[in-house]
Ligand binder design. Structure first.
Ligand SMILES: [Zn+2]
Length: 114
């Protein structure tokens, strides 16, 4: 129902408590700078793992996280995963392309061996 989208206009009738666990997860802005000095700011859920790299939204270079003085970011950094390292070299689109290629090959092989 369209009414759901309008609930912000009738806050008095809706409890914040009910919303907290649904779509109003707390957000933080995380900033990244690329080698060319572009600043890319990304809104991320507070509970989400903060990636150390992000693709620069201006030039597509890998941008490094800026450690702003936001208390949420004082959490221990998660250890770098293979995935993090992959992301430094590949954008999500690249990865999806590679994944799709791989899946096509796998399906092909399965079809042959079946
Ligand atoms: Zn850039």
């Amino acid at each position: 129902m369209g009414e759901r989208a309008l609930r912000g206009t009738r806050l008095g009738a809706t409890s914040y408590e009910n919303d907290r666990n649904t779509d109003l997860a707390p957000r933080q802005e995380v900033s990244y700078t690329c080698p060319k000095g572009h600043l890319t700011t990304v809104p991320l859920a507070v509970e989400a793992e903060i990636p150390t790299n992000w693709e620069c939204r201006y030039c597509g270079s890998p941008a490094l996280r800026v450690d702003a003085e936001q208390p949420q970011q004082k959490k221990a950094k998660p250890p770098r995963t293979h995935w993090d390292m992959l992301l430094e070299r590949r954008s999500i689109e690249d990865l999806e392309e590679v994944l799709n290629e791989r899946l096509a090959i796998l399906r092909e092989q399965r079809r042959k061996s079946a």
